[in-house]
Design a protein around this ligand. Sequence first.
Ligand code: NAP
Length: 486
Amino acid sequence: MSKAAVIGKPIGHSLSPAIFTFLSHEQNFQYSSQEVDATELPQFIQNFRNDSEMVGLNVTIPHKELVIDHLDELSPEVRVTGASNVIHKSQGKLTGYNTDICGILMTLKNHHKGSLSGKRAWVLGAGGAARAVLYALGELKLGQVDVVNRTAERSLKLVKQMKQFFPSTEWRAVSGSDETGKDASIYFEPGDSFSLIINATPLGMSADLLKRDAFYSIPLFIRVFTAMETSKISDEETSAEQKKTGFRIEKGAVAFDLIYRPENTPFLNIAKQYGLIPVGGLEMLVEQALAAWKIWFGPVPNMDAQKTPLLNFLRNRPIFLTGFMGAGKSTVGKILSQRLSRDFLDLDRVIEAKENKTIGQIFEEKGEAVFREIEFKEFKKYFLSPNTVLALGGGTLLNPQIRSLILKVGTLIYLRTKPETIAKRIKSQNQVRPLLTSLGDLEQEAKIETLLKERESFYLQAQVQVDTDTLTPEEISDQISERLVY
Ligand code: NAP
């Protein structure tokens, strides 16, 4: 068994567990995410060194820079950028890589037609991700790169460093004190044209910034986009005179936002209005992950063929419904899947079809332990299906491997129901429930309560929880749809 993990703080939002679980399906590989505080980092790296099964780490905020002090060797990219997002352990040595750069280069190659050599770009931000962006642009030999940042010292420092490593590119730090953006000349000089604008800030990540108005209230972008608006000339009106006074967005120019959640950011929406080709950060995330996989395990045949299915999976990660028997998982699952235009799968029905027996018969003839084995086998066939709603059985989460896989790849929803409601529903449904057969009303209620107590801690790991007792299946589906965050 080989193992890898992503470390950072916070880490709950990371898509790396979903990506690497998707890539390693059916292989002898285990991927986990671990929240590591800066103070715990030295000990964590020591443990990583000592764990013979661990081959690699993905490193995210805030450790990309800190981790370097604990490594034995650094790739040239890490030496220049001072940031490492991938560590590989080989023959006891830890080497730091920066695959964000590869992710950026691949994404630009996929979307900008023709060479970027000699062209002009803007980069918004001067943090860790911007460093990888600048390295990639230096490699591509851009003619001029303007780094626009809120804190001037940071962009100045970065630009100074890049001048040293990539002298053929003209690097400029632009801070611009005019918050209203009236002074467009800060950004544009007569006759300017550009091919690329990259957002390497987290602006646009939170939901309240999704409205264009709210977005415009952010000073940095007010300055940049107002500058664009006042200086822009369109192709039709480009006379020789205007070419001298306005600026031009080149045909095929790309607007690349490193943010991957949400994929469609306000920055990209505005850029679209200027005719730029919008590119979100998800592709970069996938490319940098594939590059990490290659570092850990060497070139993998057909790796490139995984890109499109992986992107599709990340955009439509599965939804799992859990809850006690009678909680309404099947009914709600059907309604929810229609509402979200997803496929619906009911794990119990899948098992019944496969075994050609009812769940009751399987329990009776083979016992619960065998049933759980069959359940796990069937679960593994479907848990990586994109665009699905999968209703689990009431006891599916008893399996720790299933719990772990679900929390890595998708969204778990708990339909919470009181024991007395469950008892009433089960009675009215008149269905065979293997764990409750041949029990009187009172014994049945007591058994429901006991089983619920055993299982509830697993159900409560769900990212979305809905109290179902007083709601119709439609109302439950409404609540879930409103609270889903992909
Ligand atoms: P970081 O090191 O914290 O840098 C953040 C940058 O954004 C800094 O330049 C900062 O300016 C600027 N900024 C932050 N808040 C601002 C505000 N309110 N107004 C103006 N400027 C602001 O973060 P990072 O690691 O570079 O990450 C930046 C983004 O890239 C994040 O959204 C991250 O998710 C994304 N990213 C994506 C990928 C991918 O694979 N797609 C990979 C890495 C990162 P100051 O210098 O003035 O503070």
